[in-house]
Design a protein around this ligand. Sequence first.
Ligand code: HMG
Ligand code: MG
Length: 304
Amino acid sequence: MTEGKKGNIKIVEVSPRDGLQNEKEIISLEKKKKLIECLMDTGVQEIEIGSFVSPKWVPQMQDTEQLFLSVLPKDGVKFSALVPNMKGFERLMNLPEKNRPKKIAVFTAASDTFNLKNINCTTEQSFEMIKPVVESAKKEGFEVRGYVSVAFWCPYEKKISPEKTLYVCERLLEMGVDEISVGDTVGRASPLDVYQLLSVITKKIPHNLIALHFHNTYGMALLNSFISFHDFGITTFDSSAGGLGGCPFAPGASGNVATEDLVFMFENSGIETGVNWKKVIEAVSVLEIPLRSTLSKIKNPLEE
Ligand code: HMG
Ligand code: MG
């Protein structure tokens, strides 16, 4: 393992948002609140709490305002939320200042078809929708993340070229986003896809502005995370406790890479994350829904 790369993985915990948005049964505000409180004790630095999206489109996220009103971040933890358009930004700004997250995330995709299914507009139209959100958010002092979904594969348009994904990343950066999260929404990226895309985008975009957001449908998310870190120096990874997650508009996609599995892999490779994977399993267990991670299924993990 290369020295100097240790101790610098940042986990962005997305279970309250990506982890839950596709759950059919509405999960109570109390349980979501308990999840977030427990996650804050695991060592994660950033938690995506919810989405100011249309409740008609994603009913599970309709209590996002109430969540922000009922739980505040502890020292050392940053909260964030998805904001699709100015309507969503208005909802965010209607919260008392102390209850607003410090960070927001806008989102688009590298495929028109996926964008039409997910946000009801093409990629070019999405830039028009997002631009005023980024401008207003920056003016109000928010940190802004830009998600690029289906960056490797699209459920509708199949393999996406690295150039197409790079174009969308660059448009978001031109608007002023502080960070790009590159999403394997369908969890279909192979190590070769990761090499191909990251070789292209890291030539143009500094690696410290890039986060990777892997889903684990085809079981390649851990390997892809390790390659992204080891070969491309990426240190920010989105993951979901319990391996929960999925996008309602990406058929066939399964959960995000599980936080506990990701942490276990990095820590057992001598790379610190600052996160306690056992506490992550405890945290997500408050939801009382089936977990999908590898570690949650191992009764007595073999440790030193
Ligand atoms: P639309 O229907 O085209 O919106 O939806 P519209 O502007 O035509 O407005 C229609 C109605 O919706 C109006 O109400 C608006 O006020 C209302 P009406 O006049 O009919 O009563 N509306 C809203 N209400 C609440 N909050 C809002 C909002 N906006 C409009 N923000 C829209 C467009 C973008 C809103 C919709 O398509 C939407 O909410 N999509 C979100 C889909 C979503 O959340 N997908 C999952 C997140 S992305 C993801 O999971 C991928 C990621 O994890 C990374 C990866 O894995 O790749 C991030
Ligand atoms: Mg996702």
